[in-house]
Design a protein around this ligand. Structure first.
Ligand code: FAD
Length: 215
């Protein structure tokens, strides 16, 4: 369902690239686990890369309970960004070169999951997003491991999505200029799974690794 942008999430620059529907926002967040959490430490901006996952209309991320990022993210508002790079756009002029991208920005006040069961469930969902079915096959998490892990969450109440297309946006007089223009599609490739040292014998590569996609 579409949600009108709040003052903070209304795209001003290149506003025609805004994607206001929830489905697009969700799709971007689901496509790319890599996120950057912008927060303040002693009044100065710090941007911490981490992994995010979405459940319903919230995003989640986790960190060590002792992490500076976790403490700072709880002390004030944060801005979490997620970006997928889909290609390089080559125009006829330097100015019009750009990137084909899908990106999302989420603003707000993060909360920490305190209920151990809710926290464990959120962590299970993180694993489920990445490697469906793996959680159940893992050595169970200890109470100490759970305590040492903070899970933060942010509602998608103030969120925006922006999509940069692959077509160069040259002014009408430029296409006749004799230089190659177009776009170079890009995607992240995964390699063949490499078994860990000391892997117990007889274990096949799980299907979720063959299906794994990033971006
Ligand atoms: C891989 C990549 C490369 C980019 N390269 C360039 C570049 O070279 N030059 C350039 O000018 N821009 C680039 N952008 C776009 C850039 O992210 C900003 O959208 C742009 O700089 C405008 O910033 P602003 O502060 O003027 O946005 P404003 O339009 O003033 O921002 C207002 C609100 O719009 C929303 N918003 C703005 N940008 C985004 C976004 N990217 N994703 C989701 N919501 C957004 C936010 O809610 C923000 O608070 C790139 C984006 C990506 C993902």
């Amino acid at each position: 369902m579409s949600k009108p942008p709040a003052p903070r999430t209304r795209l001003r620059r290149m506003h025609e690239k805004a994607a206001c529907d929830r489905g697009t926002l969700h799709a971007i967040l689901d496509a790319m686990p890599l996120a950057h959490v912008g927060h303040l430490v002693d009044g100065a901006p710090v941007v911490t890369p981490t992994l995010q996952w979405r459940t319903g209309d919230r995003i989640y991320w986790h960190g060590s309970s002792a992490s500076r990022m976790v403490k700072a993210a709880l002390a004030a508002e944060v801005c979490v960004t997620v970006s997928c790079v889909d290609g390089m756009v080559l125009a006829r002029s330097g100015l019009e070169h750009s990137v084909a991208f899908r990106s999302a920005m989420v603003f707000g006040r993060a909360t920490m999951l305190t209920d151990p069961e809710a926290k464990a469930e959120a962590l299970r969902q993180m694993m489920e997003r990445l490697f469906p079915g793996r959680w159940e096959s893992l050595r169970p998490m200890t109470a100490q491991e759970l305590k040492a892990t903070a899970v933060l969450s942010l509602p998608l109440d103030e969120a925006s999505a922006k999509i940069g297309g692959p077509e160069p946006e040259d002014p009408p007089e430029d296409p006749a200029w004799p230089v190659w223009a177009g776009h170079l599609p890009m995607a992240t490739a995964t390699g063949a799974p490499v078994p860990a040292a000391g892997l117990a014998p007889g274990l096949a590569v799980p299907d979720y690794l063959t299906r794994f996609r990033w971006g």
